[in-house]
Design a protein around this ligand. Structure first.
Ligand code: TPP
Ligand code: MG
Length: 514
């Protein structure tokens, strides 16, 4: 067994059975090993940003890391933006990067680069394998690092000779340690804060946004009168009809400040203290009002779910009362397409257990609220702010959940970063319905120009934020990669196109002209 095979077998023994890759010469021993070992699903991605984003989506839905396989420093570099996003989402991810054989590095061949230097800012753990005999142990350490709470990106650099040399067999991966419990002082402080006169808020993040902890949190809110809110962008929220609805902290700064303004105390559970996405002249960076007391019950790496349960017990909070809100309309809306019409179509048509990937940017500002009573589903956001995550994340989520429909809500500008994901969706027959919101602009940046004080942008600034010269033909782009596609420009057509795409298996794209 060579080093590559010992590594593949180690990954499989640890439950890492999916590899998103764009390989090169230095990875071909690993590629050959994939052929000799049964059980690793290998998925070809035509850009490394697709591979890294797909590995993120896969792990968010399975709770297990996938592995990437990238080609030296440049391949890693192409994957960085979505590795950054994965790290911010605390996604467990094993990022494998090929490297020249160790003896070759001294000669500064064309592809030689400082791979560890490129990897470090987007990785929670980095190691270069030192030899074939130890590479399986390095792989096991990478899996353990990726899975250690709250989850992170572990980059293993794999010199070619560590893959082709004689390996030492499979290495065992220690099961991840459970997240540490919160300190009793933190629990006592949270109890005290929620017993104090309001208005008080519980800000939720991380693992607390799954169904069971959400119920516990809703019970605490009911018992104490505290409000509940989720962070603005969340790795995964279990929501929809019959589940507690928790609003998100709004993205736009004035709305975020207004949303938090009433609260005297904020208890953080798996959430960070709220900060603005960007700094603006004469605007605060921290979103909490002056004098507001912040109490951290549980940090994201701690046992947030256990902490919520303990909090409920200390406050004598039972389950929340049943939700009695009406279902969304099951009929097509009328008229021109705008964000509200799209939201109504989603609310009415989202299938049971859909996985919604949200990179809708400005078009989707209200979708989360509008779909609160849609059929039960999961909702995935981008926590890292680096655009181009939507199509890859949907690809990985669909591979993770073949029985579930994935609905990708994709803004057009962001979609262009990683549109090659559509080809992988077609190749793998993935059940993804993508809605592209073709406003033919970087609309958010037009608004941000005003926020930074540019009242009337000039022709050059406007031109840099326009995507209409020429207009992108998303139907042709999708069909060119093997994904069936239609274009819609009114509410009825959108409803019927969406209903049709959701009823049929396999990838489909709807270009929604705004
Ligand atoms: C990697 C990366 N590059 C650039 C940006 C800056 N940026 C933020 S939003 C945006 C444009 C978004 O346009 P689109 O996806 O069409 O959404 P819209 O604003 O039109 O709703 C850009 C370029 C970013 N966040 N990440
Ligand atoms: Mg746009």
């Amino acid at each position: 067994m060579n080093g590559a095979e010992s590594l593949v077998r180690t990954l499989l023994a640890a439950g890492v059975d999916t590899c998103f890759t764009n390989p090169g010469t230095s990875e071909l021993h690993f590629v050959a090993a994939l052929d000799r070992v049964e059980g690793m699903r290998c998925v070809l991605c035509l850009f490394e940003g697709v591979a890294t984003g797909a590995a993120d989506g896969y792990a968010r839905m399975t709770g297990r890391p996938a592995t990437t396989l990238l080609h030296l420093g440049p391949g890693l570099g192409n994957g960085l933006a979505n590795l950054h996003n994965a790290r911010k989402a605390h996604t467990p991810l094993v990022n494998i990067v090929g490297e020249h054989a160790l003896r070759h590095i001294a000669y500064d061949a064309p592809l030689t680069s400082d791979i560890e230097g490129i990897a470090r800012p987007v990785s929670d753990w980095v190691r270069t394998a030192a030899g074939a005999a130890t590479v399986a142990r390095d792989g096991a350490a990478a899996v353990a690092a990726a899975c250690s709470p709250p989850g992170g990106v572990a980059t293993l650099v794999l010199p070619a000779d560590t893959a082709w040399g004689e390996g030492a067999g499979v290495a065992a991966v220690a099961p991840p340690a459970p997240p540490p419990p919160v300190a009793t002082t933190a629990l006592a402080a949270a109890v005290q804060a929620l017993r104090a006169p309001g208005p008080n808020l519980i800000l939720l993040g991380g693992q607390t946004l799954r169904e069971e902890p959400l119920r516990v949190a809703a019970g605490i809110a009911h018992a104490t009168g505290a409000a509940l809110m989720a962070e603005t962008f969340n790795a995964r929220v279990e929501r929809g009809r019959g589940r507690p609805f928790v609003p998100r902290l709004p993205y736009p700064l004035p709305q975020a400040l207004a949303a938090l303004a009433p609260y005297r105390r904020i208890v953080l559970v798996g959430a960070r203290r709220p900060v603005a996405f960007f700094a603006y002249p004469d605007r605060p960076s921290l979103l909490t009002p002056d004098g507001c007391q912040l109490v951290t019950l549980a940090d994201v790496g701690e046992d947030c779910v256990g902490a919520l349960r303990a909090l409920a017990e200390s406050l004598d909070a039972g389950p929340p009362p049943a939700e009695r809100t009406p279902r969304p309309g099951a009929r097509p809306p009328h008229g021109a397409i705008g964000p509200d019409v799209i939201g109504a179509c989603l609310a009415g048509l989202l299938p049971e257990q859909a996985v919604v990937v949200d990179e809708a940017i400005t078009t989707g500002r209200n979708f989360f609220a509008q779909t609160a009573r849609a059929a039960p589903h999961d909702w995935l956001h981008n926590r890292g702010g680096s655009i181009g995550i939507g199509l890859p994340l949907a690809t990985g989520a669909a591979l993770a959940c073949p029985q579930r429909k994935v609905v990708c809500l994709q803004a057009d500008g962001s979609g262009m970063y990683t549109l090659q994901a559509l080809w992988t969706q077609a190749r793998e027959g993935l059940d993804v319905t993508t809605l592209v919101f073709a406003n033919r602009a970087y609309a958010i940046l037009r608004a941000e120009l005003g926020n930074v004080g540019v009242e009337t942008p000039g022709a050059r600034a406007r031109d840099l934020l326009s995507l209409d010269r020429p207009p992108l033909d998303w139907v042709a782009l999708a069909r060119g990669m093997g994904v069936s596609a239609v274009r819609v420009d009114n509410a009825q057509a959108l409803w019927h196109a969406l209903a049709g795409a959701l009823a049929a298996p396999g990838p489909a794209l709807i270009e929604v002209v705004l």
